[in-house]
Design a protein around this ligand. Structure first.
Ligand code: GLY
Length: 566
């Protein structure tokens, strides 16, 4: 079954162009499982997005052209997380070794206030920060991709946009996992959107979804630049829609939005140089803290996913998540004491009471309490180009389909990123993460994230690019994947698919992926005082590893992720 939203205005020339490009792609190696790719690779949550990214490099474009195409294609074929109505982070490393990062995170509207999600008696108004108009932050994706293009793009923007526009016009086939997700969220989507809204319909696996309004929006943006989204005709449509739904976002909010280049977090672990995302993501600092806390231990000797290995990592996770709540927020609003909290003496002191014999009680690390509710949306992609540049990008609407508000006139879902603020001090967000004053809501502030796009260098050369969705579990998934490769000699594919565990201090449980760890190990951990929560497999780590003379892609089999290269 094919659904068409409205008539296309896209010309036939573009269809031939797309047809030609797909012919070229047939000569590429696909769903790369082994080291059979020499020059370039894209790994993302969807085959179509990886293919369009690779197409850019086949045309002579670089990793940044591929990034823009992949990011936009995910908005078409992976609407639960890929987006124009959300935001993200990107870390890059150029062939000359220089590194940087881009913050295209959403920010709070000008009219946002600290207590906007609380009632008169300071109680949280249920769902107000997760569902509907008030939960939306100012979207950053379009500003982000144009920032990337003006600095690093090598193909004309039209060449990057056209295949994505064709994809939106021609449609994409939804797979089993997607149809299940649509089904799960359909009642919430229906409740807040009109009954004939595009995603208020029921889709089955195998159906083709065309998003003609998104194609038209992309055509206008391609022709008029980012101003189209932030100041032009499309911004007016968006503001009108948001106002009708009760949003406080104004035309001025859109006009003022800027994506920001930031200096990444870099640190040494053994002979690796790790390059990751700085605040407003907590990812880079937490990865830095945790890896420096565990570096003095002989992990190989402890053994991969052994009881002692899990205990060591879990205890370092707990200590870092405590600091996340106290010290991390938007760097444009707060001083983040990065040097202090990544100093080796400081970290050694934190690990002083660590023991393999018993867990450190959470209240000795941080005094508050909470419960976790996990949501695992967001999406990550990794790219390496034939010129030696690499990109690691994570983008999100926050929850699956964000606020669930879908603007039919533009063909986009809007995020619910406001929930990543500490909406009430010490109160958990949807990931169970707590935060304090430093991450409280303020007008135009960016909410703290866990997204951790990461690139790794070894012997001054590119070694690895990786990242994952998974909310609060992102940080611990990225670390375990790095350690799988570095300490336990796994390839990328094996590493991303390896069993994972997670702890974030509160709630005081180790989350253990179901059916992936042996019972004896779990009994051991319980006997040593740890509470366990068996959870469905989470995260979708997508990465690329440089081996001698070639690249190995790792596409997480927890999703329908796809690696392709040439
Ligand atoms: N919204 C999830 C994150 O940014 O960490």
């Amino acid at each position: 079954m094919t659904f068409e939203f409205v008539n296309s205005s896209f010309d036939m020339k573009s269809y031939f162009h797309i047809f030609f490009c797909f012919i070229i792609l047939n000569s590429c190696s696909s769903n790369v499982k082994e080291c059979d790719t020499r020059d370039a690779m894209v790994v993302s949550a969807r085959k179509e997005a990886s293919e369009i990214g690779l197409m850019m490099m086949k045309k002579g474009g670089n990793a940044f052209d591929a990034m823009i195409a992949t990011e936009l294609a995910l908005a078409v074929v992976y609407p639960s997380a890929g987006n124009l109505g959300g935001g993200g982070f990107m870390v890059y490393r150029l062939s000359d070794g220089s590194v940087g990062s881009l913050d295209y995170r959403e920010k709070a509207p000008i009219k946002a206030t600290k207590k906007m999600f609380l009632n008169e008696i300071n109680e949280i108004i249920p769902k107000s920060s997760t569902y509907g108009a008030l939960s939306i932050g100012i979207p950053g994706t379009i500003a982000g991709i144009f920032r990337v293009h003006e600095k690093f793009g090598s193909l004309p923007i039209e060449e990057v946009f056209k295949p994505v526009i064709a994809l939106a016009n021609n449609g994409y086939k939804i797979n089993n996992k997607q149809s299940e997700r649509f089904k799960k969220y359909l009642p919430e989507i229906r409740k807040i959107n009109s009954t004939n809204s595009m995603y208020s319909r029921e889709y089955k696996a195998g159906d083709t979804i065309k998003n003609i309004q998104l194609a038209n929006l992309l055509i206008r943006i391609m022709q008029n630049g980012p101003d189209e989204f932030y100041k032009g005709e499309s911004s007016k449509k968006l503001i009108k829609f948001l106002k009708s739904k009760g949003s406080i976002i104004s035309a001025k909010d859109l006009e003022k939005y800027k994506a920001i280049w930031r200096t990444p977090i870099t640190f040494q672990y053994d002979d690796l140089k790790i390059i990751s995302m700085p605040p407003p993501s907590s990812g880079g600092i937490c990865i830095n803290q945790i890896m420096k806390m565990i570096e003095p231990y002989d992990l190989k000797k402890l053994g991969h996913n052994s009881s002692d290995y899990i205990k060591l990592l879990v205890e370092s996770f707990k200590r870092s998540y405590a600091d996340r709540a106290v010290y991390m927020g938007d760097p444009d609003f707060n001083d983040i004491p990065y040097k202090k909290i990544t100093n080796q003496n400081y970290l050694s002191k934190k690990m002083k009471q660590f023991s393999f014999q018993k867990p450190t009680p959470p209240h000795e690390i941080y005094s508050t309490n909470t419960e976790i509710k996990e949501s695992l949306e967001t999406t990550h992609y990794s790219i390496v180009d034939p010129f030696g540049n690499s990109v690691s990008a994570t983008t999100t609407l926050n929850s699956s389909f964000g606020s669930k508000l879908f603007c039919d006139e533009l063909g986009i879902f809007l995020n619910n990123q406001m929930n990543d603020f500490a909406i009430k001090s010490g109160h958990p967000n949807i990931y169970g993460l707590i935060g304090g004053e430093i991450n409280s809501i303020q007008a135009e502030k960016r909410m703290l994230s866990s997204m951790s796009p990461t690139i790794i260098e070894k012997n001054n050369n590119f070694y690895m690019t990786l990242g994952t969705p998974g909310g609060s579990t992102i940080i611990t998934s990225v670390i375990q994947t790095i350690l799988n490769v570095h300490e336990f000699s796994m390839g990328m594919e094996e590493s991303v698919n390896s069993p994972r565990f997670h702890h974030q201090l509160f709630p005081d449980v180790i989350k253990i992926e179901k059916n992936k760890f042996n019972d004896m190990l779990l009994i051991d951990l319980e006997n040593d005082g740890y509470d366990l929560e068996i959870v469905t497999p989470y995260g979708r780590v997508d990465g690329i590893l440089a081996l001698e003379g070639c690249l190995e892609g790792g596409s997480d089999n927890r999703g329908n992720d796809y690696a392709i290269g040439f």
